[in-house]
Design a protein around this ligand. Structure first.
Ligand code: C5P
Length: 227
């Protein structure tokens, strides 16, 4: 089954403290954004890529696409102030495939088998997200004091990609937008409709490049994959 991927890339990456869009930082001399784009360029099941970018960065991103021979970008749209708005802008600009994936451009290490499981599950069941089990002991804390130890067995750390039947995500985004509801991920917008969101077990190396130490981890992951 073919899918379209929406890649929000319009953040500023303040937590990285790089003074520029963190997606332009390089791992092994290639920008993070290009690493992520390559995953989908090389996946024969990915039909279209849709990007949300900052207006002032669009020309530079178009140069990167050309330089690195990324050919599947069907649309580039302007991102919003919040990630959710950037994703919604992508969706509005997107060709309509049966399944649509939302993936943070800042997660360059996602594996193809996880993507394919997500697409399969979403096409059958409506919505599926990549997730890993919580490894540490988890506690609920208020004002610096532990309130409760949460049963780790039922705790998952949610990543992207998140896969949806196109019509379901469209509805969830529209209703959230109408209600000015801001979620922390797309799954939350679908949960809000009372629909089930399924889990696909992902890998711990699907890290989001967020702070400086993630870059070191990223270099290490790329090196280990070359071995
Ligand atoms: O900041 P964070 O790493 O959580 O952002 C996740 C992804 O969402 C990044 O790829 C970033 O470029 C994108 N984003 C966006 N528009 C925003 C904020 C973030 O496209 N307003």
């Amino acid at each position: 089954m073919k899918y379209t991927v929406l890649l929000p890339a319009a953040g500023s990456g303040k937590r990285m403290g790089a003074g520029q869009n963190k997606l332009f930082l390089e791992l092994r001399n290639i920008p993070i954004l290009v690493h992520t784009l390559r995953v989908f360029e090389q996946d024969s099941k990915c039909k279209h890529i849709v990007l949300a970018v900052k207006k002032e960065e669009q020309a530079f991103i178009e140069q990167l696409l050309e330089k690195h021979n990324i050919t599947k970008v069907a649309a580039i749209t302007e991102g919003g102030a919040e990630r959710q708005q950037s994703v919604y802008a992508c969706l509005k600009a997107s060709p309509k495939e049966e399944v649509v994936l939302v993936h943070d451009a800042a997660r360059p290490f996602i594996k193809q088998e996880v993507i394919h499981q997500l697409v399969k599950k979403a096409s059958k069941l409506g919505a599926a997200v990549a997730a890993v089990r919580a490894k540490d002991t988890m506690k609920k804390v208020e004002n610096g004091i532990i309130q409760e130890t949460v049963d780790r067995e039922c705790l998952w750390i949610i990543q992207t990609p998140q896969a949806f039947q196109f019509s379901l995500l469209e509805k969830a985004e529209r209703l959230a937008d109408d209600a000015r509801f801001l979620g922390t991920d797309e799954a939350m917008l679908v949960e809000r409709l009372g629909e089930d969101v399924h889990i696909v077990e992902s890998t711990y190396d699907n890290v989001k490049m967020t702070t400086q130490e993630d870059l070191l981890f990223g270099e290490f992951i790329l090196k280990s994959r070359e071995l």
